[in-house]
Design a protein around this ligand. Structure first.
Ligand code: GDP
Ligand code: IMO
Ligand code: MG
Length: 427
């Protein structure tokens, strides 16, 4: 069982941080392979709550080596403050490894993210404003800055110049902003170089050697399947590949090494930012899910949009990721409803559709077709086994499993590490 991928099956915030932390105690490496500090992963250990943005959630497990892979975009100031925040709380972060090929989120990338969103007006994506999209754009445009560039001042200066040439034209002439000085950016970036040096490594080599030696590597996705730049609800997506294939490119590990792909699936649905969301609830049920589920963004503090479970999305996630298992989270949040609607298909322009439409127009027109499952009133947060769950909760889980196309191997019944029902072992 060498390499596992753990990723979001919906629009992010499914509880990946908790699931990663749970497995972190039994794996040797936890690797972030895409995204950046747009992610907000919550981990609750005893009475301690941690919000991780850039660091893999395995950082809280002492035996585990956390890795930031080449596919991640790194804001050095955020990374350093996250590290010092954890150090102040007694967490040892000295094992962290950062790929020298990871791209750096520069101050101008953050500026471009914010001004672009402002100019899009009502057409905005609702980004986290952390510079993610512009940094990946620079990477693809071959004007990006990589972590390794911090160690060669001459190359760094040339690259910042190349990146700012066009950007300053756009900032000053189109957006009416001040130009950004090359020396200022270079100076700031060089200031991070020595602080980051102890962590920088050839992570591709490290991970492949670890796998050859029989170590267990867990790849932790940020965001979720429907925020994937290729497979998500484009253009209302993030600018990377959270889907399973992203683990290969974002960490430099071949697909033949990956034996298990675990989709983290919330027992209902949430989304932050703009874009279509067929089961969204704009009524008191949506309000109740938000309140009971604590559905507020870890990164931006925005209220999350809430809706019922969508089996069409779950089936799609199974397909595009080749999921072997689901980890169903937040089942406890659904306690108290008399009956719980579950979206089993869409109605699009009068026709029943079972699978996610590839056409954006069709998805915008999709209306949920609901089945109503009987709810339960009992508190389930102390349940340790599947049999401890009330019959109706068991049936809800079984129904979701049947509709979603992969076995549900664990169930979250609360935010804590131990508030989990393990059905099939992941390792
Ligand atoms: P991530 O981005 O996928 O790591 O998820 P977030 O941390 O953004 O959001 C998930 C939230 O749900 C966090 O506040 C978790 O502590 C919480 N959580 C995770 N699993 C469960 C669960 O099974 N039950 C409850 N009630 N909360 C959970
Ligand atoms: P985790 O890892 C939920 C959303 C933003 C926006 C879109 C693009 O905690 O699940 P970006 O800043 O990435 O360019 O924004 O993606 N988004 C997330 N939504 N959870 C996340 O991360 C997200 N990361 C980005 O709200 O709609
Ligand atoms: Mg989150």
């Amino acid at each position: 069982m060498p390499a596992l991928v753990l990723l979001g099956a919906q629009w992010g915030d499914e509880g990946k941080g908790k699931a990663t932390d749970l497995l972190g105690g039994s794996v040797d490496y936890v690797v972030r392979y895409q995204g950046g500090n747009n992610a907000g992963h919550t981990v609750v250990v005893g009475d301690q709550k941690y919000a991780l943005h850039l660091l893999p959630s395995g950082i809280l497990s002492p035996g585990c080596t956390p890795v930031i892979g080449n596919g991640v975009v790194v804001d050095p100031s955020v990374l350093l403050s996250e590290l010092s925040g954890l150090n102040e709380r007694g967490v040892d972060t000295s094992k962290l490894l950062i790929s020298g090929n990871a791209h750096i989120i520069t101050p101008y990338n953050v500026t471009v993210d914010k001004v672009t969103e402002r100019f899009l007006g009502k057409r905005k994506i609702g980004t986290t404003g952390r510079g993610i999209g512009p940094t990946y754009a620079d990477k693809i445009n071959r004007v990006g800055i990589r972590v390794q560039d911090l160690y060669d001042e001459s190359i760094l200066t040339q690259k910042v110049e190349a990146a700012l040439d066009a950007k300053n034209q756009i900032l000053t002439k189109l957006y009416n902003r001040r130009a950004i000085a090359v020396e200022q950016v270079v100076g700031e970036l060089l200031g991070y170089a020595e602080k980051l040096r102890p962590y920088v490594a050839d992570t591709v080599l490290v991970l492949n050697q670890a796998l050859e030696a029989g170590k267990v590597v867990l790849f932790e996705g940020g965001q979720g399947t429907l925020l994937d730049i290729d497979h998500g609800t484009y253009p209302f997506v993030t600018s990377s590949n959270p889907t399973a294939g992203g683990a290969c490119t974002g960490a430099g590990v071949g697909p033949t090494k990956i034996s298990r792909v675990i989709g983290i699936l919330k027992a209902y649905t949430t989304r932050v930012g703009s874009g279509p969301f067929p089961t969204e609830l704009l009524d008191e049920d949506g309000e109740a899910l938000r309140r009971i589920g604590g559905e507020r963004g870890v990164t931006t503090g925005r209220d999350r949009r809430c809706g019922w479970f969508d089996a069409v999305i779950a089936r799609y996630a199974t397909r595009v990721n080749g999921l072997t298992d689901f980890f169903l989270t937040k089942l406890d949040v659904l306690t108290g409803w008399e009956q719980i609607p579950v979206c089993v298909a869409y109605e699009i322009d009068g026709k029943r559709v079972e699978e996610l439409p590839y056409s954006q127009t069709d998805f915008h027109h999709a209306k949920p077709v609901y089945e109503y499952l009987p709810g339960w009133q009992e508190n389930i947060t102390k349940a340790k086994t599947f049999a401890d769950l009330p019959k109706n909760a068991q049936n809800y889980v079984k129904a979701l499993e049947d509709m979603s196309g992969a076995p549900i191997s664990a169930i979250g019944v609360g935010p804590g590490r131990d508030e989990t029902i393990e059905i099939n072992s992941f390792l």
